[in-house]
Design a protein around this ligand. Sequence first.
Ligand SMILES: [Zn+2]
Length: 268
Amino acid sequence: MPELPEVETIRSCLEAHQGARIVKVEVKRADIIRRADFELRDLIGLSIKEVGRRGKYLDLVLSGRGHLILHMGMSGRVYQVEEPGQIEAPHVHLIIYLSNQAVIVYQDARRFGGVWLVKDTRDFFSHLGVEPLARAFNTDYLEKALKGRKIAIKTLLLDQRLISGIGNIYADEALFRSGILPDRPSGSLSRREVEVLVRAIKKVLRQGIEQRGTTFRDFRDGYNQMGGFQDHLKVYGRFREPCPTCGQPLERVRLGGRSTHYCAHCQH
Ligand SMILES: [Zn+2]
């Protein structure tokens, strides 16, 4: 599933279209529109003022105060093509034609994602927690969020209401880099461990962005190209491979319904 670094990678690709006007919109599957505060045809003539991101949501801020919000779900892609003839994928649900001749395509084979036409995002994004790369996400914030909680630390990191943008891959990687077992009760972490974990989360997300995201299966960037962070993963997807630190085989369990990778020797 695209997480913060993947959505950020798409966002930076699409920034090139800031200022372009929407000239035509085609919807192939109407049920991909999850909410519409205004009509789809109202998008025509509006320009893209800004390409933003909040958590795992891509936020196209339009002139006239509207927002076109996209979520990639499990398998979604948002990318630009120069020619409509390049749209070859079978699961394209939305096509946006821009005044600069670019065409932006939204496709999602498994349809866990969606498109929202939103007038005011304050309410729409109000359920989302702090951005993990923001200063507001720090040792004090996480320590307070963990206090007294019995829930596994990994499960807590995935709670978008507390921290928005971390998913399965970057949670496993950050916990490995912190030496913390994913199933540790959240409240059992020492302040020192919380500090190390916060630093590891920020670092692994920044590295993910630098490498243009992780392509495990479906992810493609805003040009429909694969990311590069999959070559830098230390534990995710490496069940039974030797731990890069100690050489012991890596473990995999299901935790909170999610496949979880760790080293039983290096993480405590
Ligand atoms: Zn190890």
